[in-house]
Ligand binder design. Structure first.
Ligand SMILES: [Zn+2]
Length: 259
């Protein structure tokens, strides 16, 4: 009985860890969400010819021609002065980066910093994806990266990278009308529909992760390897006991014993 309890515990742990790995980079952190909400508030305070759509999920055609995956864009603002594509970064350290470099860095006085994917590149990717979906020229798109007021920017870019407190003024500084006013509402409608399609794909994706999760759980509860169906065996390794597939080395599935 005790063994069964341990097995169940281990299986559950493995599933939780795997679940986090599967969905980890798709879920914005709670901190990220706070930043997005603040930016959303600022954007919704723009004059009424600026139409705002938050949390725009679109089918990702670039990396996936079958459109099974999605890309999430924090905010899109459609206006006669252009389509603003906004990426929010809620960081608090010193930010170093250049327009074309692959990675940017956030550093802190007391602790080590970390690298993150160049948000300017990331955001141009969003703009190109939107241009493709909406069948519009890339020239009407204005990507903007917004950082929290808490951080300190040391960046060298031609694409606007600003503090949250500068965002409204920056957008209002675009005064040349480049999209006919009658088209603004039409583009916004198309974008809203695209967002719905993206959300449906996203929902299916989440559902299929859920289904796989349950399937794995059932298999492992039966003491079977979720990868190849082989027997799961308790083994002793250098770093302690773990469950491994009996078909090793053909199948390298393992599950850590953590207590
Ligand atoms: Zn196996």
């Amino acid at each position: 009985m005790a063994l069964l309890a341990i097995i169940l515990f281990v299986v559950l742990l493995c599933l939780i860890i795997k679940g986090v790995q599967d969905t980890g980079d798709r879920n914005p952190t709670a901190i990220g969400k706070v930043g997005e909400n603040e930016v959303s508030f600022i954007l919704h305070s723009l004059p009424e010819d600026f139409l705002v759509l938050d949390d725009v999920i679109i089918p990702d055609q670039v990396t996936d021609p079958n459109k099974k995956f999605t890309t999430q864009i924090d905010h899109v603002v459609v206006s006669p002065f252009g389509i603003f594509v906004i990426e929010t970064k809620n960081y608090s350290g010193w930010i170093f980066g250049k327009e074309k470099s692959e990675r940017w860095k956030e550093t802190f006085k007391t602790t080590d910093g970390h690298f993150f994917y160049n948000p300017v590149k990331q955001n141009w990717g969003h703009a190109y994806a939107l241009a493709e979906h909406l069948k519009l020229t890339i020239r009407v798109f204005k990507p903007i990266v917004v950082f929290s007021n808490e951080c300190e920017l040391h960046v060298d870019t031609t694409t606007p990278v600003v503090y949250m407190s500068q965002l409204k003024e920056l957008i209002l500084n675009f005064t040349q009308e480049i999209i006919p006013r009658r088209d603004v509402a039409l583009i916004f409608d198309r974008l809203s529909r695209l967002k719905l399609i993206g959300e449906e794909i996203e929902e299916e994706h989440v559902q299929s992760i859920g289904e796989r999760f349950i399937e794995r759980e059932t298999t492992m509860r039966q003491g079977k390897c979720p990868r190849c169906g082989g027997e799961l065996k308790l083994r002793n390794g250098k770093y302690g006991a773990f469950y491994g597939c009996a078909n090793y080395p053909k199948c390298r599935f393992t599950c850590d014993l953590q207590e």
